[in-house]
Design a protein around this ligand. Sequence first.
Ligand SMILES: Nc1ncnc2c1ncn2[C@@H]1O[C@H](COP(=O)(O)OP(=O)(O)OP(=O)(O)O)[C@@H](O)[C@H]1O
Length: 334
Amino acid sequence: MCGTISPASVVSAARAAANQPTSREPPPPVVKVRSPPRSGRAALPTATPHHTARASPAAFAPRRPPLIDSRPTDTGPVLQVDDVDVVRDGNHLLSSISLQVHRGQHWALLGANGAGKTTLLNLLGAVNHPTRGSVSVLGHQLGRVDMRQLRSYVGHVNPRHPLTSPLRVREVVLTGATNTTELVPRWHPTPQQSAQADRLISMLGMGDKSQARWNTLSQGERGRTLIARALMPVPRLLLLDEPATGLDLAAREQLLTSLDTLRAEHPELATVLVTHHLEELPASTTHAVLLREGRCLASGEVDEVITTDHISKCFDHPVRITRTDGRWHARADR
Ligand SMILES: Nc1ncnc2c1ncn2[C@@H]1O[C@H](COP(=O)(O)OP(=O)(O)OP(=O)(O)O)[C@@H](O)[C@H]1O
């Protein structure tokens, strides 16, 4: 039986713990490290070579004035992708992709198996660089910033979370503070980080599983744990890679309702949600991009993109699309 998820209160609690303003509160004075970048230039340390990217525990001290100015007063796009290609082993995984995501927008990223959805999401999450073209995340162009630090400002829910050691739920959530898969040796959370983790766990209905080990969790419990983990940095951008995979009917509906509430309560948040299934899209989805064989088939406002014609082309199969009470359904067109 699943507990009740209340994402609005989750984020409110996270903001309170991180001492950040909610959308209703006047912002406290901010000490900026630098002015917000206009040209995409970073107010971050310069790019860190991969071989030096391992961070010491001191690197995960409690957050001070943000190195990235990602406050709601920013007017630039949260994500800007310009004419991007990704090539691996001579194969074009993505070709000529462009995309602009603004705060308050909730994008669905749709496509058949192998269409390139995860490859694109990994660019948006500052996990990988493009082969050609440019990607800016929270106003910072990949290749000009410390990717690890930039990633710490993005909530990324990956159902294939590569955790192998049997960490407890609470420990997994705390790795959201360090943006690592494993606990960082000799790192200790601050009292605020500990309290925030406990609040998130409780509000995601995992309070009675807080000490359970990762390898014993059901798929739905893992999903909730990973959402709590992703919310630890109080992100302005939330990336969700097939968040409903493996959830039973009730758990899926609860998750989608939670995402609707989260979005309504936090109008500054931008999200990108990857799925193969239209039934897994929250009603609050505002935009969509369809990928087919690494290319963009359609992109824009959701009702113009999720159409019978586009979806049939995208999945190379004749389907009929209907939308009822904000939710989408796809049926084979016989
Ligand atoms: N490192 C790599 N080298 C070569 N090909 C790769 C590499 N990584 C991914 N691919 C291929 O790129 C294509 C796109 O992969 P990707 O995981 O982005 O697709 P997807 O749309 O997320 O698929 P799915 O819905 O099955 O998860 C696939 O054909 C995959 O096999």
